[in-house]
Each structure stands twice: as structure tokens, then as C-alpha cells.
Design a protein around this ligand. Structure first.
Ligand SMILES: Nc1ncnc2c1ncn2[C@@H]1O[C@H](COP(=O)(O)OP(=O)(O)OP(=O)(O)O)[C@@H](O)[C@H]1O
Ligand SMILES: [Mg+2]
Length: 371
């Protein structure tokens, strides 16, 4: 799939910009603070309704204005869709072909994006929240049902936590209501475990070879870490272990007023053989491992959806040596729409430049570079 047109209105430092993108490589070049990342962010938000910039996402409307709009024309195989998102201080609305879509879950599987950005190192170094977030975003784009399970799970979890707090404050001992909530929690939670496991198995079937080809180091694997002490990932086993954890830790959960077991506590790590990369790999190795993870995702999209996602590469080349840069680019097939930002065209291979459409970004204005 690819985005053929993009329009932003009062988004970050853009007043009104309209662009025609090509279906392979698009490069945005400009000095610092001109609006390069903002453009990638607008595409990411158009796809996923949320910003990739955690903690920086509350400020997307241009200063001094009350709402912003992002619009795009998406082409997927023979289909053409106009996607639009409008954001005001009070609400967010999404549209497909000018018809408002009320369920975000059915919107976000339309346009698939994978973002590569300098903050990605947090995927190894940061908190488990960062990794869960990545899983949720990617699996949601692949399987819309996952969003429903996740939303339901989060609602049940919130209820359960409130009830546990009540039990702790008021000394309730009747667990009948809790039994009902537990059943729902285990049901939705198990679906989430199964989908995450399937997804990480997929990643593991691809990531080792990609990393080896770029780094000449083999045996990179992702280890799924959850707190159920599972022996296997059969549905019945997950349910049994989940119930057991809830039952045997009730006292602890009441005293802490929160649910201590379940997919909301999931995590995963990058391992080379028996070593956790977080503690023993260099920054460059960690960076390439994360890039390999995302390249594996591209292959999963191709396989599962029969369509390539749009790749958003935010200034990632400046961090890599030339050899790694070239190897990485070899992994990006020509028929995948790729949108790249850079401060310096020297970071981009000549071969790639030849087929690319280049845009110059200057103080919230974009113009196409004539060849
Ligand atoms: N809501 C907003 N209204 C107006 N300007 C904003 C808003 N949010 C961010 N900006 C400005 O947009 C400018 C461009 O930001 P952006 O992150 O896109 O820069 P960049 O070109 O990617 O720079 P760098 O090369 O340093 O990464 C920044 O100066 C920022 O202050
Ligand atoms: Mg930037």
C-alpha cells in the first residue's frame, strides 16, 4: 500500500501543506527544527490516530489554533481510500471516504505503518510499557480483533482494580463478584497472550537471519516474558495458570489494591544466545537488533495482509556506519513506500537518490526539489 497524497492543516508547525508522494522512496531534507519529523508524525497519526512521540503528543495542533486536520489518499492494491483525521482539544474524529468511523478499531487496520526513529533504543533500554506499546500497535494493525480484546481487557482490569481497592478499604470478603470478573479477565487476557505469542513467534522466525545478514552475528531471538509461569502456550494451560495466579495471590492483590498477574504486566527481551542484549550489547548492536525487529514486521505484513506497510524512517541513517546503512537499505524492497527524513543528503545512497522524490523542508513549508 502507499499514500499518494497528504494534506495537513494547522498541524504542529504547518499551516496548510499538500503533497503528492511517490510509491517508493520519498526523502524529506531540511535543517533541524524545520518540520521533518512532524510530517512523518502526521502520517503516523493518520494511520493510527495517535502520535509515536510518547509524552509529546498533546501539542499536535498548531499553536494559536483550536483544531487540526490530516488527510491522505491511500492506494492498496486496486483500492483507493481517502482517510482523514480531525483533532480538536475536545475530540478526535476519523473518516474513510468522508464517512465518519465511530470504532477506532475498524479504522486503524486500514493504513499500516512502521516507524523507525532515534528513540527506538528505548525498545531495549526503556520500561516494559514501551515494549507492550509496540506490541499493541503492531498487532492492532494486523488484526482488528486484537484492539477489541485489549479494550475489553483494560476495562475489566480497571473494574477489578477498583473492586480490589474496595475490598482492601472496606474489608469485603465476599469473592463472588470477583469470580465473575476473573472469568472475563482470564478469557480476554488469554486471547491477548495467544495473539502476542503468535506475533512474537512470527518475529522470531525472521529476525535472526535479518540481524545476521546485517551484523554477522547469529542467534538473535526475542524472549516473551510473562508472569504466569506457563509450561506451554496452549489455551487451556494459559487459562489454568492465569486462574491459579489470581486465586493464590488474592491476599497480596487486595493489600496492594491492584491486579498483579496478566498481559498488562507482559514484557519481552532481545537475546543473543543466553545473553540479554540490554546488558551486554553495544548501542549500535541494539539499534540494529531493533531495526531487524521492524524489518521482520514488514515481512509479517506482507505475509498476513498481502500488502506492504508504509515505512517511516526518521533520521536513522546518521546513527549507522555506511556498511550497515547499505545493508539495511538492501532489506527495503523497491515496491515498499518509504518516507525518509534527513538533515544531510550525504547520508543517502546515490542509487537510492536516483529513484527518490526529494522534498525540501523549511520552516513549516515544503517544496519539491527539482532534479
Ligand atoms: N503545536 C505546534 N505549533 C507550532 N509549532 C510546533 C508545534 N509543535 C511543534 N512545533 C515546532 O515544529 C518545529 C519542527 O519540529 P520537527 O520535530 O518536525 O523538526 P525536525 O525538522 O524533525 O528537526 P530535527 O532535525 O531537529 O529532528 C519545532 O521547532 C517545534 O517547536
Ligand atoms: Mg526530527
Amino acid at each position: 500500500m502507499y499514500l499518494s497524497k497528504l494534506e495537513v492543516n494547522h498541524f504542529r508547525n504547518y499551516k496548510k501543506e499538500k503533497l503528492s508522494l511517490c510509491n517508493n522512496i520519498n526523502i524529506f531534507i531540511g535543517d533541524n527544527a524545520q518540520g521533518k519529523t512532524n510530517i512523518l508524525e502526521s502520517i503516523y497519526i493518520l494511520a493510527l490516530t495517535k502520535s509515536h512521540r510518547l509524552g509529546f503528543e498533546n501539542n499536535i495542533i498548531q499553536n494559536g489554533f483550536s483544531c487540526c486536520k490530516i488527510k491522505g489518499i491511500l492506494r492498496d492494491n486496486d483500492e483507493l481510500k481517502e482517510l482523514e483525521i480531525q483533532v480538536s482539544e475536545e475530540k478526535k474524529s476519523v473518516f474513510i471516504n468522508q464517512k465518519e468511523i465511530k470504532k477506532i478499531a475498524s479504522y486503524i487496520s486500514n493504513m499500516n505503518v512502521i516507524m523507525f526513529c532515534p528513540n527506538d533504543l528505548d525498545i531495549i533500554k526503556g520500561s516494559p510499557q514501551v515494549r507492550r506499546n509496540l506490541l499493541n500497535i503492531q498487532i492492532s494493525q494486523l488484526y482488528p480483533l486484537y484492539v477489541n480484546y485489549l479494550n475489553e481487557y483494560n476495562k475489566i482490569l480497571k473494574n477489578r482494580n477498583e473492586y480490589l481497592k474496595q475490598m482492601s478499604l472496606n474489608g469485603f470478603t465476599d469473592t463472588r463478584y470477583l469470580d465473575i470478573i476473573n472469568e472475563k479477565l482470564v478469557d480476554r487476557g488469554t486471547k491477548i497472550y495467544l495473539m502476542r505469542k503468535k506475533y512474537l513467534d512470527f518475529i522470531n522466525s525472521k529476525i535472526g537471519l535479518i540481524y545476521e545478514n546485517i551484523m554477522n552475528i547469529n542467534h538473535l531471538q526475542i524472549l516473551y516474558e510473562n508472569n504466569l509461569d506457563l509450561k506451554n502456550y496452549q489455551e487451556e494451560e494459559i487459562k489454568k495458570c492465569f486462574y491459579y495466579k489470581l486465586k493464590s495471590n488474592l491476599k497480596r492483590e487486595i493489600s496492594q489494591g491492584m491486579t498483579l498477574y496478566g498481559p498488562h504486566r507482559d514484557d519481552f527481551s532481545f537475546y543473543i544466545k543466553d545473553e540479554n542484549m540490554k546488558f551486554f550489547s553495544s548501542q549500535g548492536q541494539q539499534r540494529i537488533a531493533i531495526i531487524s525487529f521492524k524489518l521482520a514486521e514488514v515481512e509479517i505484513f506482507n505475509q498476513e495482509k498481502n500488502s506492504s506497510p508504509i515505512l517511516l524512517l526518521d533520521d536513522i541513517f546518521s546513527e549507522l556506519d555506511i556498511e550497515k546503512r547499505n545493508k539495511l537499505m538492501k532489506y527495503i524492497p523497491n515496491d515498499v513506500q518509504t518516507i525518509i527524513t534527513t538533515t544531510d543528503l550525504k547520508n543517502i545512497q546515490k542509487k537510492m537518490m536516483k529513484q527518490a522524490k526529494v522534498f525540501i523542508v523549511e520552516q513549516g513549508k515544503i517544496r519539491e526539489k527539482v532534479k
